[in-house]
Design a protein around this ligand. Structure first.
Ligand code: CUA
Length: 337
């Protein structure tokens, strides 16, 4: 290869490499991190991605340049020049990847170790998943139960996972970590939220018909606001309104109920409860209560048995169950007027 074309090739490759990296890095592909772990994970992601993009762009540019520069006319049937190896080149393209891969290994190992360290005095939260809702319990605060994940900013948190039925997966995009919830085992996840705000909690494991609606919120608040909320006691929950209970227990993931703004069609339409109670041959309030506590006692025609979780009788406090039954009965009566 002539000296001039080698210089041309090198320049073309470097410019293409730089442009490729810019195009890939400039758009905001990832959500803004909201935890220290996420910040470190993003650093590793861009460290590795940057290296890969640069190498890819150089290789692709050299290839494209060679195809164009060294092409032969269609009637040229002569052999190409004999090629011998180039020791210098071979040492270079072995040594550079070795250094890069070693660097990636070291950076990843440091980040993994740091993300896995829970820090001193972490806050423990028990994350409970069931078809199709999340619940969060705070053992250090009288096992307070919440439908949203309240977290104090800048404090290390250990999330302990429990699934009551099938495999779910916990994911907050802004925290950058996912953890499967497998029945029978209790994995943990360490998070240190460092940005106040509200972020989505998403189930990322196909867990049944209501999977797409199995969502909650993670709310990162100041330490003072968290303490105030945590000491608010369980009566807040018990005193929750019918629509709030309906949503926080995930009923809206499967059922339609105009009074709660729910439009899901996995389970029976709860605006038609009166007709359903008539078909079941039971008075409305008793029918509603039974359908929540033992859902398989009567299953509306056209809906499969065993889809509705059987444990609402134990999850809901007595007063919550009564509130929910009253709310459903009242809205069913309103619906038919
Ligand atoms: Cu739970 Cu998908």
């Amino acid at each position: 290869m002539r000296r001039g074309s080698t210089v041309q090739l090198a320049l073309f490759a470097l410019v293409a490499g730089g442009l490729g990296v810019l195009i890939a890095v400039l758009p905001n592909w990832l959500p803004e991190p909201a935890s220290r772990e996420a910040g470190r994970i993003h650093f590793v992601f861009w460290f590795v991605t940057g290296i890969c993009l640069f190498i890819f762009a150089i290789v692709a540019a050299v290839l494209a340049y060679s195809v164009w520069k060294f092409r032969r006319p269609p009637d040229d049937d002569s052999d190409g020049p004999p090629i011998h190896g180039h020791t210098g080149l071979e040492i270079t393209w072995t040594a550079i990847p070795f250094v890069l891969v070693t660097a990636i290994t070291i950076v990843s190992a440091i980040v993994l170790a740091k993300d896995d360290a829970a820090g001193a005095n972490p806050l423990r939260v028990d994350v409970v998943a069931q078809q199709f809702a999340w619940s969060f319990y705070y053992p250090s605060y009288a096992n307070k139960r919440s439908a949203i994940l309240m977290l104090p900013v800048n404090r290390s948190v250990v999330l302990r996972m429990t699934s009551k039925d099938v495999i779910h997966s916990f994911w907050v995009p802004e925290f950058s970590q996912k953890q499967d919830l497998v029945p029978g085992i209790h994995p943990t996840l360490h998070i240190t939220p460092d940005r106040i705000g509200t972020y989505p909690v998403v189930c990322t494991e196909l867990c049944g018909a209501g999977h797409g609606l199995m969502r909650s919120q993670a709310k990162v608040v100041s330490a003072a606001a968290f303490a105030k909320w945590a000491k608010g006691g369980p009566q807040q929950q018990a005193a929750a309104s019918g629509p709030a209970l309906f949503t926080s227990n995930g009923c809206n993931a499967c059922h339609t109920l105009a009074a709660a703004g729910a439009h899901a069609k996995i389970g029976p339409d709860l605006d038609k409860l009166q007709a359903e109670a008539a078909r079941a041959g039971k008075p409305l309030p008793a029918f509603v209560r039974e359908s929540i506590v033992s859902p398989n006692a009567y299953v509306e025609k056209g809906f499969p048995k065993g889809v509705m979780p059987k444990n609402f009788g134990t999850i809901l406090a007595k007063q919550q169950l009564s509130t929910l039954v009253q709310f459903l009965v009242a809205s069913a009566k309103k619906g038919t007027k």
